[in-house]
Every structure is written in C-alpha cells, then in structure tokens.
Design a protein around this ligand. Structure first.
Ligand code: SF4
Length: 138
C-alpha cells in the first residue's frame, strides 16, 4: 500500500503529537502514521491527500485553498533540497529513519520552516521541535 501525501505534510508529520482539527482528523492521522511506520511508501500528490481526507466534507475545506498549495510548493523546494531529490507529484519514496532524522534536524534549525509561515499550528510545532520531538507519533 502507498500513503498519498501532499508536500507540506512531509513537515507536519515531523511534529504530529495527536493534535488536530477534529477527533476524526486525528483518528485518521494516527492510521496514516501507523502505515508509514510500518514501511509503506509515499506517493507525492498535488492537492488533498490521505491526511486531508476527513476534512473534505466541510463546506470550504482549507485543503483546497491557495495557501495550502503555496505551502506545498515551498515545502517541496526545501525538503527536496535537503534530501537531494526532487519532491513533486508522482514521486514515490520511503521515509526511512535516516531521512526522518535529517528532516527533524533541519526543521529544528529553521531550514524548512518557510512553508509554515502563517500556519495556526506553528506555535505547537515550535514547542514540539524544541522538546526534541519526544512525544511525536511517527
Ligand atoms: S507549522 Fe503548520 S505547516 Fe508547519 S509543520 Fe506545523 S502544522 Fe505543518
């Protein structure tokens, strides 16, 4: 099986501690994280992904908005530069422990945080990173 992810969720996964927009959202997020931890590969998609899915029944889901797409573009650029591989729709890869560690180090150093600009969760993600990602679920 493959987990469909939009690019900026490669950052959000680093700091996921079980908090989110609704109980349904976090329940689904937990399933996605378990799938990734179990070794499923990632398919980069454009637009809403497997994490967004529970929000798509809302009248105007922010997942479809321009700000989310803009975050994807910036995250794809920065994570791609960090990992030395393009991050674009259609790419597949496995997020192994080594890549995860590099991404968390860069996130803490602020090297991949431009995509987070204006995000309502940024304060929480700052705290999680400052705490060494100790309570994260992935
Ligand atoms: S600040 Fe927002 S966009 Fe950045 S990692 Fe956290 S949840 Fe994702």
């Amino acid at each position: 099986m493959t987990v469909r992810l939009r690019a900026h969720h490669l950052l959000c996964l680093l700091t996921y501690v079980g908090k989110g927009y609704s109980p349904a959202f976090t329940a689904n997020y937990d399933v996605v994280v378990k799938r990734l931890a179990g070794g499923e590969d990632i398919l980069i998609v454009s637009g809403p992904d497997d994490i967004c899915a529970p929000l798509l029944n809302e009248s105007e889901p922010h997942c479809l908005g321009e700000s989310a797409a803009g975050r994807d573009d910036v995250a794809a650029r920065d994570v791609g530069a960090l990992l030395g591989q393009p991050i674009q729709a259609g790419d597949r890869f496995v997020l192994d422990a080594s890549a995860l560690a590099r991404m968390r180090k860069a996130f803490s150093a602020g090297l991949t945080r431009q995509a987070c600009s204006g995000c309502e969760w940024s304060g929480l993600c700052d705290i999680v990173a400052a705490d060494g990602f100790s309570d994260t679920r992935l």
